[in-house]
Design a protein around this ligand. Structure first.
Ligand SMILES: C=C(OP(=O)(O)O)C(=O)O
Ligand SMILES: [Mg+2]
Length: 572
């Protein structure tokens, strides 16, 4: 059986299935009449959990190694620990409260205590208690959940959806592929999968239903297909495709240290998108000429509290240092939409992508924004920093953000800190209002970077996370191309440069049009850079200018798409 979805990260993976189906548990404090009932529930849950852990331990010993099996022994020990369990029981009895609340109370106390210790071993113990208490909670509440089982062997993860925090929490050593029911190519989990080079298919609609735990599956991240129990023939076909892809990669690799020019010497800048300082290596290894988008929000995820100014300063400094004098566009915090922070109170919104997101949230939580701006300014002396504000819709928002930046700069200088005088300040163009007013914005900013993931969702009013409307993700639609053209013309008129950091910039078929429209900078996943450079090296700029003006007059995305297919030669 073959499931069709959207190829979100290139590559093939064959392997066992891990169904990730976390159940969100809400624990509330309740007064109970029958304390003994709660104690019995707790004792039963401990018994079941220990039995489960024994089984996992034996499996880990057989399938993986002794060291992995040890982890589950540690978990069993926690469930036998008189201090841990004794305290839970004590709270149930003394406060006449429900067992689930007491578990959470005591687990949180131990977790916080261990996490605060400056000792890796103790921090791991906090993670163990988190896992065990989650397992215990599920059993006390009678919830059947396997999302709590940590992954300890190589698997392909199947999920309904993956949030960026889900994706971040997996141990990458064991993840061979991702398959989801929902989501599109531009969901943040898909973007993270590309950065991690993990083959991924999203939007299959029925993967969780159709794939069984006992199946072996093959993920084709190129064509967006998932083969359930593939035949030998299908596996051979995949191997041939991988071989072909590797050959192409070897050709592209020859361009690693060259600049990005068309056949007739039109130069553009090819840079990478990153989500963390660790991703810089990938950009450098793939011949990136800089960073065109550092999504700083990932610095705020996978933790319990906001990163301090010092922590942020260190992260930005590492990125700038490792890029030498190459430009680094750091985007200020873009939280909201599909990116939540568990520790930050955010109101439930009907339309989170249209809600309090990115610059809107930063301007409403000024202390958080200020901390980031100060950290960025302090780091600016370590490299070639460009600061970019996301989701700008109005000139007032830009002014307010820039004023705060300038105010922070003055403060820092007064405090005796050094700040670079050569920081370019730009905005993302991802809201149609800003694209339409680009001529005015161009007078005030140093650069634009077009965020097509959002610009497309807002132009077509189509949620980028919803596969039912994914047909409206139309980067080739002349309406979008005209918007892009408007932005580029407006910027060039004021002598400013325009980049693109949405996924469209790295799509092979979009590149010829974008060259023809006059885009100056292309920012993409590190793994797409060399292929893009190869494509550009085969194009003639003047021909692309003609091609772009031709497609701007077309009516449908399909017409443009078909026209472009004829332009790209087989060898790219
Ligand atoms: C690059 C973009 O920002 P993000 O994907 O992080 O929303 C975009 O919207 O195109
Ligand atoms: Mg965006």
């Amino acid at each position: 059986m073959i499931l069709n979805g959207i190829g979100a990260s290139n590559g093939f993976a064959i392997g066992k299935v891990y169904k990730y189906e976390p159940v969100k548990v809400q624990v509330e404090k309740k007064q109970v009449d029958n304390i003994q009932d709660e104690i019995t529930k707790l004792d039963n849950a401990i018994d079941i959990s220990i039995k489960e852990l024994e089984a996992i331990r034996i499996k880990a010993q057989e399938d993986i190694d002794e060291k992995s099996a040890e982890i589950f022994n540690a978990h069993i020990q926690i469930l036998n620990d008189p201090e841990f369990i004794g305290n839970i029981k004590k709270n149930v009895k003394s406060d006449s409260i429900n067992a689930d609340y007491a578990i959470k109370e005591i687990a949180d106390m131990f977790i916080n205590m261990f996490e605060a210790m400056d000792n890796e071993y103790m921090k791991e113990r906090a993670a163990d208690i988190k896992d065990v208490s989650q397992r215990l909670l599920y059993h006390v509440l009678g919830i059947n959940n396997n999302g709590a089982t940590p992954i300890k062997e190589e698997v392909i993860v199947i999920a309904n959806d993956l949030t960026p925090s889900d994706t971040a929490q997996f141990d990458k050593r064991y993840i061979k592929g991702f398959v989801t029911n929902v989501g599109g190519r531009t969901s943040h989990a898909a973007i993270m999968a590309r950065t991690l080079e993990i083959p991924t298919v999203v939007g299959t609609k029925t993967a969780l239903l159709d794939i069984k735990e006992s199946d072996i599956i093959m993920v084709d991240g190129f064509d967006g297909k998932v083969h359930i129990n593939p035949s030998n023939e299908q596996i051979e076909e995949a191997k041939a495709k991988i071989k072909m892809y590797k050959k192409k990669q070897a050709i592209w690799a020859q361009l690693k240290n060259t600049s990005t020019v068309t056949m007739d010497n039109h130069y553009v800048e090819l840079v990478g998108n990153i989500g963390s300082p660790e991703d810089v290596e990938g950009v450098n290894n793939n011949g990136g000429e800089g960073i065109g988008l550092y999504r700083t929000e990932f610095l705020y995820m996978g933790r319990k509290n906001l990163p301090t100014e010092e922590e942020q300063f260190e992260a930005y400094k590492v990125v700038l240092n490792n890029m030498g004098d190459k430009p680094v566009v750091v985007r200020t915090l873009d939280i909201g939409g599909d990116k939540e922070l568990p520790y930050m109170e955010m109101d439930k919104e009907m339309n989170p992508f249209l809600g309090n997101r990115a610059i809107r949230l930063c301007l409403s939580k000024k202390d958080i924004f200020k901390t980031q701006l100060r950290a960025l300014l302090r780091a600016s002396v370590y490299g070639n920093l460009r600061i970019m504000f996301p989701m700008i819709a109005t000139m007032d928002e830009f002014h307010e953000a820039k004023d705060m930046l300038m105010e922070s700069k003055c403060e820092l200088i007064k405090e005796g800190s050094r700040v670079s005088d050569h920081i370019e300040i730009g905005i993302m163009i991802e809201i149609p209002a800003a694209a339409i007013l680009a001529d005015q914005f161009a007078k005030e900013v140093d650069f634009f970077s077009i965020g097509t993931n959002d610009l497309i969702q807002y132009t077509f009013a189509a949620d980028r996370m919803n596969e039912k409307v994914s047909y409206l993700y139309q980067p080739f639609n002349p309406s979008l191309l005209r918007l892009i053209k408007m932005v580029i013309n407006a910027a060039h008129k004021e002598g400013k440069w325009v980049g693109m950091c949405g996924e469209m910039a790295g799509e092979q078929l979009a590149i010829p049009i974008l060259i023809g429209l006059g885009l100056d900078e292309f920012s993409m996943s590190a793994t797409s850079i060399l292929q893009a450079r190869h494509i550009i090296s085969k194009l003639n700029y003047n021909d692309m200018v003609k091609l772009a003006s031709e497609v701007l007059q077309m009516t449908r995305d399909k017409d443009v798409y078909n026209r472009i297919c004829g332009v790209l030669k087989e060898d790219v």
